[in-house]
Design a protein around this ligand. Structure first.
Ligand code: UDP
Length: 458
């Protein structure tokens, strides 16, 4: 037998339901949380929308996957506008007292082949869940896939409005937000958004959902955001606050790929990994500047260009400029459509990460001791950048217009400069803190213990 004659594992006595928001940066941490809970003996059922349904090939065979109607109209889904998609999804799911979602939950709970469900962990943005779960008698926990600082900032929005920081005014962008150091107005979540009133309403409901649930799980760890976590405990009435991150480090799920063989041939810390996450995009002119900035830097690079990375060319990656390949001599650069990012960042050949500073990417870089060039675009990316540069000192920001000369200088500064070396040293220190929190008795393990105990007691 596959377990070498060992006795069969004890039956799983409790089950946890997970419902992620259907975007990569939200699905990944939720599944990693599921991996951690499954490893502690719980059964896991994942609810998922049709929109961006997890690829069957990549699903965990040991989890159940159950579809939920999302009601997002095709044109909205195709727009790629995340805020509009979330809005449409919530509106449709909340319709008729969240009838469709309630029906799915009832069917899942009635499945006697599975152990009894203790609770549902849902993404903070899925506003239909609390009411539907209450009707079927299911306890709720909220997972926030952004930083503790981000949650604290969102919770402070009424105050930020009251005191005139928001809505953001052009003339005040560099003004420090004294109540939330080290943030400035331009670092606040919705400085990059236009529909402030709608956002304000959504955020207020999101905070209420957290307060009315049994607990809040944030994908961060004590040593990284101790002050922010303490403030959340002190300022908000959250029954149970858990920081079991970085969640990807609790998961053993890893994939190998041909790109790792390419990295194997490269000297240690010589490659700059370049990726702007699963959603951010640039225009064709910026794309050219990035290409030439990387080529002219003289450094090795691995650059992810998704098919929808360049605006206005959704049917395939924009062509690389003439002469680009010749300029990237010795095969020192590689352009790919998608990377096994955690494995890439963990590879000894990678010496830097040019990132948009999505929270997952930020945590993944910190977890491997890789310093960053930050190029934030929207949502929490600006505040993540601020923490990377000012609080943790593990990266530099590439500001202003994307221009090849500036890019080349930033790459050199990170990959060969003294400042870059100091950032790398601090990143390696943070990596050691991550290792500590993952050890038995470390803060992440203690948080998972608490969560497992809670689930068994439910
Ligand atoms: N990712 C990946 N390969 C890529 C680009 C991204 O595996 O080529 C993963 C990355 O590891 C991270 C997630 O996609 O877990 C992106 O999340 P993040 O919060 O960084 O950014 P978002 O995509 O939400 O803007």
């Amino acid at each position: 037998s596959s377990n070498g004659g060992a006795p069969p594992p004890p039956p799983r006595r409790r089950r946890v339901l997970l419902f992620p928001l259907p975007f990569q940066g939200h699905i990944n941490p939720m599944l990693h949380l599921g991996d951690a809970l499954h490893a502690r003996g719980l059964a896991v059922t994942v609810l998922h929308t049709r929109l961006n349904a997890p690829d069957p090939a990549l699903r965990r065979p040991e989890f159940r996957f159950v579809p939920v109607p999302d009601g997002v109209p095709r044109d909205v889904a195709a727009s790629g506008d995340v805020i509009a998609i979330i809005g449409a999804m919530n509106a449709a799911m909340e319709a008729e007292g969240a009838a469709a979602l309630r029906a799915v939950l009832l069917a899942v709970l009635a499945d006697e082949a599975q152990p009894p469900a203790a609770c549902i962990v849902f993404d903070a943005n899925l506003l239909a869940v609390p009411a539907a779960a209450a009707v079927v008698g299911l306890r709720t926990l909220v997972l926030r896939t952004a930083s503790a600082a981000c949650f604290r900032c969102l919770a402070a929005y009424p105050m930020l409005h009251q005191r005139g920081y928001l809505p953001p005014q052009e003339s005040k962008l560099y003004m420090p937000v004294e109540e939330l150091p080290p943030l400035r107005v331009k670092d606040l979540f919705y400085s990059s958004l236009s529909n402030h009133d709608k956002m304000r309403g959504l955020l207020a409901r999101g905070i209420e959902a957290v307060k009315s649930s049994s607990g809040l799980v944030i994908n961060t760890f004590d040593a990284l955001e101790a002050a922010e976590l303490e403030r959340i405990s002190a300022e908000l009435n959250v029954p149970m606050l858990l920081a079991p991150g970085p969640l990807h480090k609790l998961s053993k799920n890893s994939r190998s790929s041909t790109i790792i063989a390419w990295l194997d041939k490269m000297p240690s810390r010589s490659v700059l990994y370049v990726s702007f996450g699963s959603l951010a995009s640039m225009d064709a002119g910026e794309f050219l500047e990035v290409a030439w900035g990387l080529a002219n830097s003289g450094h090795r690079f691995l650059w992810v260009v998704r098919p929808d990375s360049v605006r206005g060319s959704s049917d395939g990656p924009a062509g690389l400029p003439d002469g680009f390949e010749a300029a990237v001599d010795d095969g020192r650069g590689k352009v790919i459509r998608w990377a096994p990012q955690q494995e890439v960042l963990a590879h000894r050949a990678v010496g830097g990460f040019w990132t948009h500073c999505g929270w997952n990417s930020t945590l993944e870089s910190i977890g491997e001791g890789v310093p960053m060039i930050c190029r934030p675009q929207f949502a929490d990316q600006m505040m993540n950048t601020r923490y990377v540069v000012k609080v943790w000192g593990v990266g530099l920001e590439l500001e202003g217009e994307l221009e090849r000369g500036r890019i080349e200088r930033a790459v050199r500064k990170l990959m060969e400069g003294r400042e870059g070396e100091e950032m790398r040293e601090r990143a390696v220190e943070l990596k050691e803190k991550v290792a500590d929190c993952l050890k038995i008795g470390g803060s992440s393990q203690i948080a998972i213990d608490k969560l497992v105990n809670y689930i068994h007691s439910a």
